[in-house]
Ligand binder design. Structure first.
Ligand code: MOS
Length: 704
């Protein structure tokens, strides 16, 4: 029995056989006795309030167990967060907000009866006008993102950053660029919709739900309902994708709780429809971004500025650090970033894969390409020339930074040397062909609130418990590998238990922090268990041995800037007559530290690149300015990349161990892979056509 080689092995997913046989239990599939069903009512106005409710026809319908609106919903103990506190008033802050629910004997009756409820509204004018020149832009109060080090923003009180004198730097520059980029609202659509089964008894409230973090969900619900968290159990062993949308917003779980209170002891099932997911699970906020770059005669950056306006909701302020990557990617003595938010009558945004970096790096990496081309420089050489020796704002060294190696290795693998220097690059059977490159980055934060328990039985089996989440990324497998290595036992001798609040506290699967936080905690617990066994002469006592350990502090966090990096290369074809864009080839080279499992890592990385391709070419919500609703609110109207859109995607990891982020030597991998893809494609489109598209997505009308 040895754990040597456990980390780094391309193991199949340990739960894979359950998933392919349909035997993995997802939230809506838990076998519960005699469930009732909830169907929600959504507002049909974007701004105003509910002035009248007539639920008599619905209540009279056979099989209806209850109708909830703000008039009779339980008053919550913590009504301040509109993302949790559903139905606390008649106020309507966006189109598609929960304004009621019907609980019934069947989903069909619930849905039918929901249509019988009549609501009257008092409407206010709708404001969904996303412009950078609004006179009511605000500085964000907080930013929902975790930096990896003290220099990073944790709250919006310092939402702007400045080093040197940006304007003076621009004035001194020989070459300058001033360009504005924009990105639309994008939606999370994981395979598994947001769904919950709630069972409310006097003793315990059980919630089977699809969650990126069961403990956070429990805390939010306990606070909202004013009940002790120990009374609530949240269970979520398998999650059919999430992309950030199953971390924070739990209004749907609130509604399931309220429904369950109506029928105590009886399970209430609730699953959002695809259409409802367009307004109730968060979205990536739209941005307008101005990038200004100044360089000396040699192409060395002297000034770098990034000013962002992003959309937020009237119901609740959400802001992310779209500028974050611009603060660390390239050296420049004079730099400035600003963030402002436009408060609109729209649903509440939330984190979506690469929150901040995904949109921010579309702008920065497009600008870097434009600027290189305008100065007659190779886009890779321009980036390499401006590689910083230390974090350009904090002055801290990087724990590891192999961006230049990613660019060089990618260049070699992609065949960048054969690239035509001119634009348009070349034409083949009516298709213009071009190539582009962009850099990627994402922090590797360590989040607090992680505890692991490991128990070894007299039979030598190790049971590892931590309430981590597997959102489809491979956690079931990778945490077992980390435990096996740290315990020096075979992976088969480890039983992992995750996805349940009965297991010790764990942070949510988000911000590319999962393996870093949970793995570090397991590693620490394994060390303690081995020490305890040693004290016992190496033998397991008859009754077994158990240790429980919190995540250790990492003293290096104050000393090093901790980020993953990558370089993404794209080849595109643009049809000369129709403007249709195809992406036959993507290549990503990533510096994500040591790879725990090459198989699941590759899958995650190419998934992120595919999502980046989707962001580049397809994804955008169309908002009706008159009524404030998402017009294309189904998967027929909201386009995203399908198999036919994706050609060859090649993923390569450098496998350089990071010495400081965690004891495994790994860095985050879940989000760096979507960062930069859209810019690489936009840059390739420009190389092919000479047309610079600064507004995503790159639809064919923009190329004609
Ligand atoms: Mo990721 S957007 O932090 O789930």
């Amino acid at each position: 029995m040895s754990g040597r080689g456990a980390v780094g092995a391309p193991l199949d997913r340990v739960e894979g056989h359950l998933k392919v046989r349909g035997a993995a239990t997802y939230a809506n599939e838990w076998p519960v006795e005699n469930p009732a069903y909830l169907y929600p009512l959504l507002s049909t106005i974007a701004s105003g309030r509910v002035t009248g409710v007539d639920a008599s026809a619905a209540t009279a319908e056979p099989g209806v167990l209850g109708v909830l609106t703000h008039l009779n919903a339980p008053k919550l103990a913590w009504p301040n967060d509109p993302e949790v506190a559903a139905l606390q008033s008649g106020e309507v802050a966006f189109h598609g907000q929960f304004v009621g629910a019907v609980v019934a004997e069947s989903i069909e009756i619930a849905r039918y009866a929901a249509g019988l409820v009549t609501l009257e509204y008092e409407k206010r004018p709708v404001d969904v006008d996303m412009r950078a020149d609004r006179d009511d832009l605000l500085k964000p109060q907080h930013a929902a993102i975790f930096g990896s080090q003290p220099g990073d923003l944790q709250d919006g009180s310092s939402a702007d950053s400045a080093v040197g004198d940006f304007e003076a730097g621009m004035d001194s520059a020989i070459h300058t660029l001033d360009a504005t980029y924009s990105t639309p609202i994008q939606h999370h659509h994981p395979l598994e919709p947001h769904t919950a089964i709630a069972v409310w008894t006097d003793d315990e409230i059980t919630l089977y739900c699809s969650s990126q973090g069961v403990h956070l969900h429990r805390t939010l619900l306990a606070n909202a309902f004013g009940i002790d968290a120990s009374r609530i159990r949240v269970i979520s062993p398998h999650v059919g994708g999430a992309f950030g949308s199953k971390v924070f917003p739990v209004t749907w779980a609130t509604l399931a709780f309220m429904g369950a209170q109506l029928v105590p002891g009886r399970p209430v099932k609730f699953a959002l429809t695809r259409q409802q997911m367009f307004t109730l699970v968060g979205h990536r906020p739209a941005t307008i971004q101005r990038i200004r770059l100044g360089a000396d005669a040699d192409g060395r950056l002297v000034a770098l500025g990034h000013d962002v306006v992003q959309e937020t909701a009237r119901a609740k302020q959400y802001a992310e650090q779209t500028v974050a990557a611009s603060r660390l990617m390239y050296a420049a003595p004079h730099r400035r970033t600003t963030t402002r938010i436009a408060t609109l009558d729209l649903p509440v945004p939330t984190i979506m894969r690469g929150p901040g970096e995904a949109t921010g790096m579309f702008a920065l990496e497009s600008a870097m390409d434009e600027f290189a081309v305008s100065m007659g420089m190779d886009p890779i050489e321009f980036r390499v020339l401006n590689e910083p020796a230390v974090h350009p704002e904090s002055g801290l060294p990087f724990s590891s930074r192999h961006l230049v190696t990613c660019l060089r290795e990618g260049s070699r693998r992609f065949g960048w040397e054969h690239r035509a220097p001119a634009t348009p690059a070349r034409s083949e059977n009516g298709w213009l062909i071009g190539t582009g490159v962009a850099s990627s980055t994402y922090p590797s934060p360590r989040l607090p609130g992680n505890t692991a328990t490991i128990r070894v039985g007299a039979d030598g089996r190790h049971t590892v418990r931590i309430a981590a989440a597997d959102i489809g990324t491979g956690t079931w497998t990778t945490l077992a590998q980390i435990a096996a290595e740290a315990l020096d036992v075979a992976v088969e001798d480890v039983t992992l238990q995750i996805g349940d609040t009965d297991h010790p506290l764990a942070s949510s699967a988000g911000f590319s922090s999962g393996i870093n936080c949970w793995g570090t905690t397991i590693h620490a617990a394994a060390g303690e268990l081995r020490a305890a066994l040693n004290e016992n002469g190496g033998a397991v006592p008859d009754e077994g041995l158990e240790v429980t350990t919190d995540i250790p502090d990492n003293p290096y966090i104050a000393q090093y800037a901790m980020y993953s990096f990558g370089a993404q290369f794209a080849e595109v074809r643009v049809h000369e007559d129709t403007g249709e864009v195809r992406v036959p080839r993507l290549l990503g080279v990533f510096d994500v530290g040591r790879v725990i499992n090459p198989k699941t890592a590759r899958s995650q990385l190419l998934g992120g690149m595919t999502q980046g391709l989707s962001m580049a070419l397809h994804e955008a919500a169309a908002i009706d300015p008159r009524y404030g609703h998402v017009v294309n609110n189904d998967l027929g109207g909201y386009h995203f990349a399908a198999n036919a859109d994706v050609g060859s995607i090649e993923v390569h990891c450098l496998e350089e161990r990071d010495p400081y982020v965690n004891p495994m030597g790994s860095k985050g991998a879940g989000e760096v892979c979507i960062v930069g893809t859209a810019a690489a494609i936009a840059n390739a489109v420009c190389h092919a056509t000479g047309i610079r598209v600064r507004d995503l997505p790159i639809t064919l009308d923009k190329l004609l």
